[in-house]
Design a protein around this ligand. Structure first.
Ligand SMILES: Nc1ncnc2c1ncn2[C@@H]1O[C@H](COP(=O)(O)OP(=O)(O)OP(=O)(O)O)[C@@H](O)[C@H]1O
Ligand SMILES: [Mg+2]
Length: 288
């Protein structure tokens, strides 16, 4: 497997906020690398650096073996890095195929002018979705009428179609139910099978463990763990993610005075329906 990108000792500061410190991660083709962490852990900051939205101020970032400092998302795209954000940049009233080709429209020359090749783009969109096994017969539907999961799938198919080597997904299943999450994860593995390297950001250790080859845990901007799949089980991942000791502390704080009864049993792994809810007020974001 070829190494697609590698981050070593990455640090990033926003004013006085230390968002990332000494974070390292390597991604190879045909591999899904999951980044897990609580709110404010630095997950989005990390992918913004990979996506060319923000520049790191410490450490080295190499793409295909070459050290880079990306200045724009365009530079990241040119190096084959496609990012799908949680709040997808789509135009809701435009049909699926227009969104698929957004910014990469095809046209033909006609009487000296340029007209867009609607039929060609429609057909290509239909084929690209079908190739990924995505069942969406009507590409003329406004994309705003699709479910959140379907929109994520279209975005993934788009990245694959336009030749991305690295696919970065920021919490693609955060707003989805169980079934839709499953569908999105299926296309994440389809992208992997097509040879892409995938960086999957998630709060959910269950989703991560379903597909991940590698797991990086972030906590307050620092790496709290980095494990290959063979080294860690779901239970341990869930406990690490929930922060076993934090949970015990919280349980103590929440105990009813006088009863000694504790509403959270620290011996029990976190509730899978609410993995790692933010518990530490120090981790809350400052208001912008
Ligand atoms: N543009 C910014 N300016 C100032 N501080 C920022 C900025 N972006 C992020 N931060 C801060 O950096 C830290 C990490 O934020 P980040 O968005 O990377 O966390 P996250 O892990 O993605 O959280 P979430 O799960 O809530 O999306 C937080 O303390 C946040 O307030
Ligand atoms: Mg985030």
């Amino acid at each position: 497997m070829t190494e697609l990108l590698s981050l070593t000792g990455i640090g990033k500061t926003y004013g006085t906020v230390r968002a990332l410190e000494d974070v390292s991660l390597t991604l190879r083709s045909g591999e899904i690398s999951c980044v897990l962490g609580d709110n404010g852990a630095g997950k989005s900051t990390l992918i913004k650096i990979i996506a060319g939205l923000h520049r790191h101020d410490e450490g080295t970032f190499t793409v295909a073996g070459e050290e880079v400092r990306l200045d724009s998302p365009r530079q990241a795209l040119d190096r084959g890095i496609a990012t799908v954000y949680q709040d997808l940049a789509v135009v809701p009233l435009m049909p699926v195929w227009r969104n698929f080709f957004l910014g990469s429209e095809r046209g033909h020359k006609r009487w000296g002018g340029l007209s867009i090749d609607a039929d060609g783009m429609r057909a290509t969109t239909r084929r690209a979705l079908a190739d990924m096994g995505i069942d969406l017969p009507d590409v003329d539907r406004p994309i705003g009428t699709l479910s959140g999961g379907q929109r994520q799938c279209v975005a993934i198919a788009r990245a694959v179609h336009f030749g991305a080597k690295v696919l970065v997904l920021d919490e693609p299943t955060a707003a989805l139910g169980v079934k839709q999450s499953g569908v999105v994860l299926k296309y994440v593995t389809a992208a992997r099978d097509a040879g892409l390297g995938v960086v999957l950001i998630t709060h959910n250790p269950h989703h991560a463990y379903l597909v991940g080859d590698h797991f990086t845990l972030l906590k307050r901007g620092r790496m709290a763990g980095s494990h290959a799949r063979a080294e860690i089980g779901l239970e341990q991942l869930t406990t690490e993610m929930a922060g076993g000791s934090d949970l015990a502390e919280l349980s103590h704080e929440l105990a009813r005075p006088g009863t000694g009864a504790s509403p959270v049993d620290p011996a029990r792994p976190a509730d899978p329906a609410h993995p790692a809810d933010p518990v530490d007020p120090a981790e809350e974001r400052p208001q912008p």
